[in-house]
Design a binder for this molecule. Structure first.
Ligand code: AMP
Length: 149
């Protein structure tokens, strides 16, 4: 098998996101791969924004909730040494945007947590399952045991 060259970390900013992020980072180091990161905005209102719209990280916006989400992504990307051109914030539905970006950027491995949130998202099926079903590349679901939560 060829080494992975482009690894995409899908991050939801849940409590155990850092654990998933560290696993993605260490895999990228082992394979000497480029690490990309995506956060899909699905938790704040974005009126008049079509699904799939890429949200620029380097523009200031007057929308506080959006700035907060951007800052989280920038901070974690800095911690992981991910280059600015490999940081993605996209408005839409997580499994769809993650798998579309993976195809567009020739990602060969997507790293997700096995679960991130609770409540309605769990009832409707996890993003990990959706990504696995729709992705054209390998998917690694990091198993999140109780002690990591
Ligand atoms: P969940 O579907 O909430 O159980 O999340 C499972 C995993 O999918 C998380 O650990 C993340 O890796 C990924 N994920 C969930 N929501 C998002 C999102 N909005 N943006 C990026 N990745 C996500």
């Amino acid at each position: 098998m060829n080494n992975y060259q482009n690894i995409l970390l899908a991050i939801d900013f849940s409590d155990y996101g850092h654990y998933v992020a560290q696993r993605a980072k260490s895999l990228a180091e082992q394979f000497n791969a480029r690490l990309h990161i995506i956060h899909v905005l699905d938790n704040i209102p974005m009126p008049d924004t079509p699904y799939g719209m890429v949200i620029p990280l380097n523009d200031d916006s007057s929308y506080d909730l959006l700035e907060t989400e951007k800052n989280k992504l920038i901070q974690i990307s800095n911690q992981l040494d991910i280059l600015p051109e490999r940081r993605w914030m996209i408005w839409g539905e997580p499994q769809q945007e993650i798998t579309q970006l993976a195809a567009q950027e020739q990602i060969d491995l997507i790293v997700v947590g096995s679960h991130g949130r609770h409540g309605l998202a769990m009832l409707m099926g996890s993003t990990a399952k959706g990504v696995l079903y729709h992705a054209e590349c390998d998917v690694l679901a990091i198993h999140l045991k109780d002690h990591q939560e």
